[in-house]
Design a protein around this ligand. Structure first.
Ligand SMILES: [Zn+2]
Length: 209
């Protein structure tokens, strides 16, 4: 069964919540449509999302359709879509295990797991700016313009963009798994990285698939 755009957002939002990646009313999700950007409304919880909690905005963040206030981070979403044509869906969340990196100021770049190493050289940390501000949106936009599709926000959370929502969720889940693995490995004496040569081999292999 084909899901409508709003049903699609609700479907993946629930999975995000179930994986403990979006606590309480933090975080927001959007997708690009022919009409504009569909984005979750302010103060909504990923677990309890209903169709009315998703509103349509234009690329300047103005409300086009819906009765609720769009997410306060709407400008960040607009900025990313404006900078990157290839991105069709964005998830911003405050996943606790990922936020540990954000608050410690540690970027994710250890090539310790093949699936992570194939996708990412580094998930950098954007300097701290007050959430929901234009300044934060602009600096995130610059990182995406430079080619990053996932960035950590200092003392805040993570933003990830992908072709579609399913792919965004899968990548975010991978990043969460990376974070949890690193924490576990620390207890066991620290993670041992894969060599650069091995990473190159992996990327060649995955590209052939
Ligand atoms: Zn946030």
């Amino acid at each position: 069964m084909e899901l409508s755009d709003k049903e699609n957002i609700i479907y993946w939002a629930k999975r995000l919540y179930e994986r403990q990646m979006s606590p309480s009313t933090s975080g927001n999700i959007s997708i690009k449509t022919n009409q504009g950007i569909l984005i979750t409304a302010s103060g909504t919880c990923a677990c309890d999302l209903e169709k009315d909690d998703i509103v349509l905005i234009d690329y300047n963040g103005n409300l086009v359709e819906g009765n609720k206030k769009p997410s306060s981070e709407k400008i960040m979403h607009c900025e990313i879509y404006t900078k990157r044509d290839d991105i069709g869906a964005i998830i911003h969340c405050h996943c606790p295990v990922i936020c540990a990196y954000c608050v410690a100021g540690v970027p994710m770049k250890a090539p310790i797991l093949p699936d992570f190493a194939v996708l990412y050289d580094e998930i950098p940390i954007v300097p701290y700016y007050c959430p929901s501000t234009i300044e934060l949106a602009q600096v995130i936009g610059e990182y995406f313009e430079d080619g990053y599709s996932a960035v950590l926000l200092k003392n805040h959370g993570i933003v990830l963009g992908a072709n579609d929502l399913k792919s965004a969720f899968y990548q975010l889940d991978l990043i969460r798994a990376y974070a949890e693995t690193c924490f576990g490995a620390e207890i066991l004496g620290g993670a041992k990285p894969i060599s650069k040569k091995e990473v190159q081999e992996l990327r060649m292999l995955y590209r052939k698939k």
